[in-house]
Design a protein around this ligand. Structure first.
Ligand SMILES: Cc1ncc(COP(=O)(O)O)c(C=O)c1O
Length: 465
């Protein structure tokens, strides 16, 4: 039999492209200190630079990397900047970024314990650390998904499975057609992705329970809503309102829901990390009594996109909902496989950067990170409140700030001028019937100087009207 002889080692094949990528990454990150935050080019301009017919022949890999980085960079938003406060978007800790590179290079399809013991072991340790830091039950099932949307989907799928099983309905055999109706109660200010997850699950529109002036679900209203119906019930609570940062009264609401036999799911995309801070832990009091939780690692924990975390206290429910059995797979007879806890069969080992972030920070480092984000949010709120005509609308208890500058039109003008200025990025939104400037402090690298420069930019934007 003729042996295939490799004239170039695999290492040589990759080296040029990886070296170029490393150089581009270093220059991108080095530019963060003084780069304007908004992109300089829009999608249409960039498409014009990148388009053209697909070449007939191959291109050298290093040249491909140069072409890509050179063309794209003007269209990149400086999301890793300490002056970026848009939506709820974290930066990337150094160990997490480097671990993400390793994850890509290792290219493990991290679904089976048997096949990829290295990355599965890392993810299992990361899972134990996350449960410990967030004060969640040690035996809970934890899966790494793409983000909180899919973490909500996973938790709510387990919820649907369990409440229908309890009602005597075999969901996996019979499907939803003809099943008892599942009531889903949500706070009036839940995140829209909860509704999306419910659509994926065929559960339809949830019943919205009135919220208070900070967006927290009202216990009296929740009690009344629970009492008004019966049958399989799921209550979805929130740890961290996207506008105010407020937390539902998790322990009391969960107790009320459990009295009515409901499953309790908590959407804690960014707020669940308050549990890791001794100073802020009171915000999530009682959260551990829920049945499932969704959070993100790509927000407060600052690992690269995309990484969400789904936790389910009762492993049977999530494995019934998500487990896959196929003869060509090698199933683990012990703790079970990662693919039993998430919607995907195949996936990257996205828990590896979580391990690296936690190992870099340690327990006190995670607490310091969470505290620092909240402290900067407070400082930004105080700074904005000192601007003539500005008003901070929320109680700043965590990482979110909402401000208005008089009438809606003026708030929109200030927001537009601020974005055009480019020093910082804060997004506009509408909250409690008012246009607002929204601030989310989610980046580990934000420091006092970033806060000062950003508040000064808000002041400038406000004075020019
Ligand atoms: C409270 C809350 N839930 C869910 C999500 C959705 O998270 P992701 O975009 O990671 O899917 C977000 C996003 O900001 C959020 O703030």
């Amino acid at each position: 039999m003729r042996q295939h002889v490799c004239v170039t080692s695999t290492d040589d094949v990759y080296t040029g492209a990886l070296d170029r990528a490393h150089e581009h990454v270093r220059s991108w990150l080095a530019g963060m200190a003084d780069r304007r935050v908004p992109p300089e080019a829009d999608t249409d301009m960039l498409r014009a630079r990148l388009s053209g017919p697909l070449p007939d022949g191959p291109t050298d890999p290093a040249e491909v990397v140069d072409l890509l980085a050179g063309a794209v960079e003007p269209g990149l938003m400086a999301m890793p900047s300490g002056r970026f406060f848009g939506w709820v978007i974290g930066g990337t800790l150094p160990a997490a970024l480097a671990a993400d590179w390793l994850t890509s290079a290792w290219d493990q399809n991290s679904g089976m314990r048997y096949a990829t013991p290295g990355t599965v072991a890392v993810e299992e340790v990361a899972a134990e650390w996350v449960l410990d830091l967030l004060g969640l039950p040690a035996g809970a099932d934890l899966g790494f998904v793409t983000g909180a949307t899919m973490a909500n989907f996973t938790g709510l799928a387990a919820a649907r499975q369990q409440v229908l099983t309890d009602a005597g309905w075999d969901l996996n055999r019979l499907g939803l057609t003809g099943a008892p109706r599942v009531r889903v109660l949500v706070g009036a200010e839940r995140h829209d992705t909860v509704d999306l997850a419910l659509r994926y699950l065929g559960l339809g529109e949830p019943t919205a329970v009135p919220a208070d002036d900070q967006g927290r679900i009202r216990l009296d209203a929740l009690g009344a809503a629970l009492a008004a119906g019966s049958g399989p019930t799921v209550v979805c609570l929130q740890a961290g309102n996207v506008h105010s940062g407020a937390f539902d009264p998790l322990g009391a609401a969960a107790a009320l829901a459990h009295e009515h036999g409901a499953w309790v799911h908590v959407d804690g995309a960014f707020g669940l990390w308050a549990a890791a801070s001794p100073r802020l832990r009171h915000l999530v009091a009682g959260h551990e009594t829920a049945d499932s939780w969704a959070t993100d690692a790509h927000k407060t924990l600052n690992v690269p996109y995309d990484c969400g975390i789904a936790v389910v206290a009762r492993p049977g429910a999530v494995r019934d909902a998500m487990g896959v059995h196929a003869s060509y797979l090698v199933h683990d007879e012990g703790p079970g496989d990662p693919f039993d806890r998430v919607p995907e069969l195949s996936r990257r080992a996205r828990g590896v950067p979580v391990w690296a972030a936690l190992r870099q920070l340690g327990r006190t480092g995670v607490a310091d990170l969470v505290d620092r984000l909240a402290r900067h949010a407070r400082a930004i709120a105080d700074g904005i409140a000192s601007v003539a005509g500005a008003e901070v609308l929320n109680d700043v208890v965590f990482t979110q700030v909402c401000a208005a500058f008089g009438a809606d039109g003026r708030t929109r003008d200030v927001t537009a001028r601020l974005i055009a200025d480019g020093t910082t990025w804060m997004s506009g939104s509408r909250w409690r019937d008012r246009d607002v400037l929204r601030v989310s402090v989610s980046n580990w690298s934000t420091d006092d100087a970033d806060v000062e420069a950003s508040v000064a930019a808000v002041r400038r934007a406000s004075q020019r009207s």
